[in-house]
Design a protein around this ligand. Structure first.
Ligand SMILES: Nc1ncnc2c1ncn2[C@@H]1O[C@H](COP(=O)(O)OP(=O)(O)OP(=O)(O)O)[C@@H](O)[C@H]1O
Ligand SMILES: [Mg+2]
Length: 766
């Protein structure tokens, strides 16, 4: 018995009650796309209006036979994905059926066997056969349609395009190559191969079958394109970064990983070894921390110099140096090196600096300090470099305690020694104003846009018990390094603006910030943390309890020499284009990612109009510390670069304000001025000195402005402004809590939200 409707997906040939022969034909390529990509369960499949699982024609024996013949995976597709309902699919067209092709089940096997043989044929042979063929063998209309669809998918296949990179067919050339391959294939195609491909349909199996034949075709047809692309790719090769430092590789280094949470003594112990060494280098994540170590070590009688992007303080007879990690020299030899906050290797923007320090430092002993998130990767790197790895695990001196009562939405509940953490400058000033208005506390402030000197001055003011400044209001800038006498960290909110939208603060950042409370040796050795609002508390606890996320990749960025080599392959492109092409074509090993360079590209674009800068100049200018969201700072950078390009001595071109800020716009102006001076000092250190001859003047002005900023902050009692006035901020909700736009001082709603007294509850977080 044969059942054959006019419009259907399948033909079923049934003899007696059993299925004896069958043929699946994919009806149209559109069907394939619509349905195969959206698998449904087998019950959804209808043949002539009968769900497949219950058609009267399919006896249990028949189903068993299907299973035995592996028909549920017929033609390479799991059967359950070949579903559809002809009634719903108006575009299903007539089948082009070769009747009587299969007379019994055995023939089906033969056909399958034939396909298996085709699938396992040597692609080189197939290609040769094609090339030697004089014409295309006749195909059915339906097979042509399917074949066209298969090639259309191949040309768009991300998988094939990616694989093609391995044989130096670039992503931009791949569609052209695929199109020419299609023309070649269609002119020469053979029935058996086509039948096999049609049986697969437009799917990954078909792509995998075609790909090696495509490669043979490309190697013969496009030797020049392949050669050129190969050269370009080889010049953007960032694989095996450990081989970039042959001197470090020639050494047998000992890496000591001080692994643990905040406030567990990691840096302290590493610094002990550093100070004992004859020659040592300390690599810091921040200028501020480098300065702190510089002061501390000199204070303990070990001569130490300071090297940051902005300042170079050479202490006579010093064998030790404290530097920012970007400034580390991989040329000098050291006995002991310390790389602090090693988990920053996985930072999307600055990670490359830590990776370079770890791979390239020429030191007998390298102490890396950080949380456990990059421990596995460091283990892997050490096995590649041949360095010995010693792990030292730490626990927090005293557990951090979460106060479950929270501040009940009322800043009047702040106490001496509290640090309120907010994530925008505006909020910081609002909180400071509110606390000073409604309580007797005075507030110091610390946030990223303040110069390190001012941050330090504010930290000292807060740490000193003999003044009225006993509360700190800070941004996440307190999260790293500073030793502050904080009794309790209060999160004003747990959301922050990331330059694009408002997002929940990450668990690792919450841990890092909360860990600032209760430092060993401070007035408050036992740390507390809580939130302003009760509804944020669960998110805080969730974050603190979360284990550290393991990083599976760490950052890399090319040296100038690598970019220069690459530039040789694509002449006449702008620096920004060059970076993009590099990003597209560079090769990386599985443990590394290319650090984000949007910030660099933005500067590159601004500097594009400056004529006369060499590629190296552009590269260096792009790393200058500038707030790309501050138009005034960007304007000054452009001016500096223009004067430099004209070989003129670069002027600071900025006056010194006469007094401290009287309102927020004056405060913002002071912040910008300091950033511009800091940028000038950085440029002066990174270019020949005579090009930026006013370093000393810039330094003196910067010190003066940092002092004015300190004075201004002590007196700041004004409504804050925003640098991005009028910008709409998108909000991404977190699991707990919400974004607060307004300061909430003892609002009735927050009182209402607090329904039960949880003062006695305390959660101990390891
Ligand atoms: N053995 C010790 N003797 C005296 N003070 C110590 C000792 N270990 C650590 N401290 C002090 O405890 C505080 C925290 O130590 P340290 O800065 O080394 O912690 P950490 O683990 O590096 O924390 P973070 O992750 O926050 O950087 C510091 O003030 C440090 O001086
Ligand atoms: Mg530390």
């Amino acid at each position: 018995m044969a059942i054959r409707p006019s419009r259907t997906l399948f033909y079923l040939y049934l003899s007696k009650n059993n299925l004896t022969k069958f043929r699946f034909s994919l009806v149209s390529s559109r069907f394939l796309h619509t349905h195969i990509t959206e698998p449904k369960i087998i019950q959804d499949f209808h043949i002539f209006g009968h769900p497949l699982s219950t058609p009267p024609q399919l006896s249990p024996l028949c189903v068993a036979q299907w299973k035995r013949l592996n028909l549920f995976h017929f033609y390479g597709h799991p059967f359950t994905t070949m579903v559809g309902n002809e009634d719903n699919d108006s575009e299903i067209c007539e089948l082009d059926v070769e009747e009587n092709e299969c007379d019994n089940g055995e023939l089906g096997f033969e056909k399958r066997l034939n396909f298996v043989q085709i699938a396992s044929r040597d692609p080189v042979e197939i290609y040769k056969e094609f090339r030697e063929a004089t014409k295309c063998e006749k195909q059915t209309r339906a097979d042509w349609d399917t074949l066209i669809e298969i090639f259309r998918c191949f040309a768009k296949s991300g998988w094939a395009s990616n694989q093609a990179l391995a044989v130096y067919i670039g992503a931009s050339f791949f569609p052209t190559a695929a199109h020419k391959f299609q023309n070649f294939f269609f002119k020469k195609c053979k029935v058996d191969i086509v039948k096999y491909l049609v049986s697969l349909g437009p799917c990954i199996e078909a792509e995998k079958f075609l790909f090696p034949i495509f490669v043979e075709f490309c190697v013969e047809e496009f030797p020049d394109e392949i050669k050129n692309f190969r050269k370009m790719v080889e010049s953007a090769d960032l694989t095996k970064p450990h081989t970039w430092f042959p001197f470090a590789r020639a050494m047998k280094r000992k890496i000591i990983y001080h692994c643990g949470p905040t406030n567990s003594g990691k840096t302290y112990n590493a610094l002990q070894r550093y100070m004992e060494a004859k020659k040592g280098i300390y690599c810091s994540p921040l200028r501020l921390l480098a300065m702190e170590v510089f002061d501390k070590v000199n204070g303990l009688g070990v001569y130490c110099s300071l090297r940051t992007g902005q300042e170079k303080k050479h202490v006579p007879f010093s064998n030790h140096v404290a530097c920012t990690v970007e400034m580390v020299s991989t040329d000098d030899m050291y006995d002991v090196a310390v790389i602090d906050e090693i988990q920053m290797m996985a930072d999307t923007h600055r990670g490359y600096a830590w990776t370079r320090a770890l791979l390239g430092l020429k030191a007998d002993e390298i102490h890396v300090c950080g949380d456990p998130s990059v421990l596995d990767i460091v283990r892997k790197i050490c096995s590649e470099t041949g360095d010995e790895l010693v792990e030292q695990h730490y626990e927090r001196f005293k557990p951090l305690v979460v106060e479950a009562k929270t501040l009940l939405g009322d800043l009047k509940n702040v106490r001496s020694g509290d640090c309120v953490v907010a994530f925008s400058r505006r909020e910081i000033f609002e909180v400071k104003m509110a606390i000073e208005k409604h309580t007797n506390h005075r507030c110091c402030v610390i946030y990223g846009a303040l110069p390190p000197e001012t941050r330090r001055q504010q930290a000292t003011l807060f740490n000193d018990p003999n003044n009225e400044f006993d509360v700190l209001v800070a941004s996440d800038a307190v999260g790293m390094g500073l030793n502050l006498n904080i009794r309790r960290i209060i999160f004003y909110t747990l959301s922050k603006y990331n330059g694009d939208r408002i997002i929940p603060v990450s668990a690792s950042q919450v841990k890092q910030i909360a860990g600032r409370a209760g430092r060993r040796g401070s007035r408050y050795p036992e740390g507390l943390t809580t939130t302003l609002q009760l509804e944020d508390l669960d998110y805080l606890i969730e974050c603190l309890k979360k284990p550290f996320n393991e990083a599976n990749k760490v950052g890399l960025f090319p040296f100038y020499e690598q970019v220069e080599l690459f530039a040789g392959q694509i002449p006449n492109s702008t620096f920004s284009e060059l970076l993009d092409r590099f990003g597209e074509n560079c090769r990386l090993d599985g443990s590394y990612f290319l650090c984000q360079y949007n910030h660099i590209k933005k500067i590159a674009n601004i500097l594009e109009k400056v004529q006369g800068l060499s590629l190296e100049d552009r590269f260096n200018f792009c790393f200058a510390p500038v707030n790309i969201r501050d138009p005034k700072a960007m304007y000054h950078l452009l001016k500096f670069a223009s004067s430099y390009a004209q070989a003129l001595p670069v002027n600071i071109a900025m006056g010194m304000p006469k007094c401290s800020a009287r309102n927020d716009s004056e405060l913002l102006d002071l912040e910008t001025r300091h950033q511009v001076l800091s940028m000038y000092m950085w440029l002066s250190n990174h270019f020949e000195n005579d090009k930026f001859p006013y370093f000393k003047k810039a330094e003196a002005m910067a010190t003066g402005i940092a002092e004015l900023l300190g004075e201004s902050l002590a007196n700041a009692r004004w409504k804050p402004e925003s640098r991005n006035v009028g910008k709409q901020q998108k909000v991404v909700p977190k699991s707990q809590g919400e974004v607060k736009e307004q300061l909430c001082i003892n609002t009735s709603s927050s009182r209402r939200r607090f329904q039960h007294d949880t003062a006695s509850l305390a959660v101990h977080v390891p």
